[in-house]
Design a binder for this molecule. Structure first.
Ligand SMILES: [Zn+2]
Ligand SMILES: [Zn+2]
Length: 884
């Protein structure tokens, strides 16, 4: 709100700035200035380099998420990097040892598609794109130490992916299993659960993900589910929204597993049974009921309702169903159609909305709590991969069970009552509306557990089941293991071999990396071309020396980005993924900046990877990132920039027209960094004019000689006002860096300072401001601009004779006493009679005075219902309101 107001004010101020008044005045030519400085920066590789730990300075690791090398930076990148760059420069100037690296998330599908389209090998295409984007980054003037640059598609990098994979395999954290997996027909590969967004592919927003049965490699992220959840509490420097998303994704729920024995079926052929059994009623425990030896384990979060169970519901793919259908072809057909319905709903991403169908199997299971015989059903809404794939159905106390029971006429039995019921057995008019699912309740019809409160009952019943050996309390998670196999070419080869004698064998460390073959033919039908290359597939088993087949799947590219930020600290190490001591110094990352779309992809995988590396003894930190910032999107005309909408603004174009400083400063100025930014070219032009104004003001006064130690005697009212504004601005910008990063208001404050300075030109000409004062103001103005418009700031720093590199110059300190605004009391009259006194800034203008007077509560009360004829304001003296 307030930012908007400031924006408008300063934009207007920029408009009214006179064009260069005299022909000899210097012109601001960003292209020239920026080119000169980029060249000079490139000649000083140490400029943006981190120092060793022995520097004794506090360390600061600031990082922006590494981009995929598509070949073109977009405005979202520019904004992301402008935020990180401003912060890095501020940290250097506040005396920190800064690590600010950049690299390339260089494996992935687009390279293969491009290879097909342009007939360019993926590596060549990727390398060209990296070069192009690096050129663009340098044209923006970003402070990266390119000596740490990494590209994840190089063997020097991906060999460590393979090395980690083998370490995980040795510890059972990487394993192979056949299961239902997500398959994107567009990507022609398997996807992890995290890469399926509401049933669609994360890359292909319009492609529904299918389910396929495949044997795949998984990483056991579920081993860390509880720790991933618990440690979210420690991540107080992360946006709450990201923590909530991760919490929900991990999805912990407490419950219980209970084993129901399956009754031995009578073995009587169906047509000989006296009464056709519909499976709608619970049967009492029969004398001499025999169990079949089979059992079904159900998962429930409401064991307290178990006396209300009136059926068992199985997923169509449950093992027991297979047992039943083996002997019952008719049932087999019915189950197949239930499965088909479920599959369709899954593919449409709305299993929760499925129209419920089910079929009675003809079998019964025995409730171990009361010996009752419950009919066993198969239902299309029960998923094999949730819990145990089997539930007890309690229609009176569960929405879905109720719906199902109503449809099929199953028994509904109340076992839970609201607490307000005085006598739980005297239901009467207090009978709850069904289904009654509230938890704050009491038990009834539940044997020895009657009258217990619901929470206590859950605990007691789970304990009882455990003591009797037919159940236990459990915790389940929504998070599933991370499927990392990809049937694609452009990724890290999974370093595994298949030997007929020895089974799955890891490639020995000394044979790493398993090189990704180059000169590969990529075809339209997708799938991994590696599988079609005998020279890749055929290998020797390191155990027995016999023939072995090489794994041809590659790794999910999210493996690459799970640990890349560790590699920056020792990027050329060829003996280890990184140096443990160096990592111990730099980690955790002090500030990580990127898009919120990675909240449950990259950001959960990299937390998992860090914990695994800690358990391998490679790192000491539990978490990779101390503070996380997720910037808003760059939009235009109210929509996300996209080619199809025709609203894309190219960074190159903006930079060519207005300069890199104006483009990046605008991207910080136009909106708070966590909000969406609506790109307005007029705004960039306005920022460019502002920078020109700074340039000319500095040029007019740069030759003044003055004190540089910051102690200046105030010589006049004008200089006092200028110094006050300067210190207020330093305070504002410093507080924004240390606080909420409202760089939009920081830059607006610098604009205001510059307006005050240019408005004082005539006073300066009259000698009302000493050379020393002016030199001090100018020097500080340049320091304040350095994080936002570094080229211009470096240029002016040289012009005013600043010593050393601006990047290492000390950030200005503000003087609280000098920054304090003088306040005065102004009487407010109504029709000439004193009614109130307001406190305002000594220099408050007419508008500010009027607003302050009208906002006073006594004045508001006095003028209520009256017509205000006129308001007379005498700045510095009084306000008189004339009412009728
Ligand atoms: Zn896809
Ligand atoms: Zn072997």
């Amino acid at each position: 709100m307030s930012a908007n107001k400031t924006t408008q004010k300063t934009a207007t101020a920029a408009e009214v700035e006179p064009s260069p008044s005299s022909s000899y005045e210097a012109r601001y030519t960003p292209a020239e200035i920026e080119e000169r400085w980029q060249k000079r920066w490139a000649e000083q590789p140490d400029l943006y380099g981190a120092e060793p730990a022995s520097s004794g300075k506090p360390k600061y690791y600031v990082l922006e998420m590494l981009p995929y090398p598509s070949g073109q930076l977009h405005m979202g990148h520019v904004r992301n990097y402008a935020i990180g760059d401003a912060l890095a420069r501020y940290m250097w100037m506040t005396g920190h040892n800064v690590l600010h690296p950049m690299g390339w998330d260089a494996f992935g599908l687009p390279a293969e598609n491009a290879a097909l389209k342009n007939n360019t090998p993926p590596r060549e295409w990727t390398t060209q794109n990296i070069a192009a984007m690096k050129r663009q980054m340098n044209r923006i003037g970003l402070s990266y130490d390119w000596r740490n640059e990494i590209a994840t598609c190089t063997p020097e990098y991906y060999r460590w992916n393979q090395w980690f994979f083998i370490r995980m395999f040795e510890r059972g954290l990487a394993y192979r299993k056949k299961s239902k997996v997500n398959w994107c027909p567009e990507c022609c590969t398997v996807l992890a659960n995290e890469q399926v967004i509401d049933g669609y592919c994360w890359r292909h927003e319009e492609t529904l993900v299918e389910q396929r049965d495949l044997e795949q490699w998984f990483l056991r992220i579920t081993n860390y589910a509880q720790e991933l959840l618990d440690d979210l509490d420690k991540l107080t420097g992360w946006p709450e929204k990201v923590r909530t998303m991760q919490r929900n994704w991990i999805g912990r729920s407490e419950g219980a597993e209970v084993t129901f024995e399956v009754e031995e079926s009578a073995g009587v052929p169906e047509d000989e049974q006296p009464v056709r059994d519909t499976g709608t009623a619970v049967l009492p425990a029969g004398e001499g009921t025999k169990t079949s030896g089979s059992a079904v384990v159900i998962f429930t979060t409401r064991i307290d309702t178990i006396f209300g169970a009136t059926s068992i519901q199985l997923a169509p793919e449950h093992a027991l169903v297979k047992e039943f259908t083996a002997a019952d072809a008719k049932l087999g057909g019915q189950v197949a159609s239930l499965l088909e319905q479920q599959k369709k709903a899954r593919e449409a991403g709305d299993v929760g909305e499925i129209e419920k169908h089910g079929v009675f199997t003809g079998h019964y299971a025995i409730n171990p709590f009361n010996g009752e015989r419950l009919p066993i059903w198969v239902a299309n809404y029960i998923l094999l991969d949730y819990g145990t794939g089997a539930i007890m159905s309690v229609p009176a106390h569960d929405e879905r069970d109720y719906e199902f029971a109503k449809k099929y006429g199953l028994e509904i039995r109340i076992v839970i009552l609201p607490r307000r019921t005085a006598d739980p057995f005297n239901v009467g008019e207090d009978e709850p509306m069904l289904p009654y699912t509230a938890e704050d309740s009491l038990l009834m019809n539940s044997g020895e557990f009657n009258t217990l409160g619901n929470q206590e009952a859950q605990h007691r019943m789970a304990t009882y089941a455990e003591e009797k050996g037919f159940g236990r309390g459990t915790v389940t998670y929504r998070l599933k293991d991370w499927g990392v196999s990809r049937q694609r070419y452009w990724g890290t080869p999974i370093p595994m071999l298949y030997c007929e004698k020895d089974g799955i064998v890891a490639v020995p460390d000394d044979q790493l990396p398993v090189l990704l073959p180059e000169n590969v033919e990529i075809t339209q039908e997708g799938g991994s071309p590696l599988a079609r290359m005998p020279e890749f597939v055929n290998a020797t088993c390191p155990k027995c020396g016999g023939p072995a087949r090489r794994e041809t799947d590659t790794m999910d590219t999210f493996v690459d980005s799970s640990w890349y930020f560790y590699r920056y600290t020792s990027p050329r190490d060829d003996t280890a993924p990184f140096d443990t001591d160096t990592v111990a110094y730099w980690f955790p990352i002090d500030q990580y900046i990127g898009g919120v779309e990675h909240a449950i992809l990259h950001l959960i995988y990299s937390r998992f990877w860090t914990k695994v590396m800690r358990d391998l003894g490679l790192v000491k930190n539990d978490e990779p990132v101390e503070r996380l910032f997720t910037q808003g999107m760059v939009i235009r005309n109210g929509a996300k920039m996209s080619k199809s909408k025709g609203n894309v603004v190219s960074p190159d174009e903006m930079i060519a027209r207005y300069g890199a400083d104006a483009t990046r400063a605008y991207s910080l100025f136009a909106a708070p960094p966590d909000r969406d930014l609506d790109w307005q070219e007029d705004g960039v032009a306005g920022v460019s004019r502002f920078l020109g104004k700074v340039y000319r003001f500095a040029n007019r006064h740069a030759r003044r000689d003055g004190s540089r130690d910051g102690t200046v005697a105030v010589t006049s009212a004008t200089s006092q006002a200028l110094l006050r504004k300067l210190h207020q601005t330093i305070r504002k910008v410093t507080e924004d860096f240390n606080g909420r990063w409202h760089f939009n208001t920081s830059i607006a404050a610098i604009m205001e300072l510059v307006n005050v300075l240019t408005a004082a030109e005539s006073a300066i000409a009259k000698g009302e401001v000493s050379d020393a004062e002016l030199a001090l103001i100018l020097r500080n103005l340049v320091l304040l601009l350095a994080p936002f418009a570094p080229h211009l700031a470096f240029e002016l720093w040289e012009k005013i004779g600043g010593e050393g590199s601006l990047l290492r110059a000390a950030w200005p300190k503000y003087d609280e006493a000098l920054a304090r605004e003088d306040e005065i009391e102004i009487p407010v009259q109504i029709n000439g009679k004193l009614r109130a006194v307001v406190r305002v800034a000594a220099n408050a203008d007419e508008e500010a005075l009027r607003d302050a007077a009208m906002a006073h509560e006594k004045i508001q009360a006095a003028v209520e219902g009256k017509t205000i004829a006129r308001v007379i304001v005498v700045p510095g003296k009084l306000v008189n309101i004339v009412v009728k």
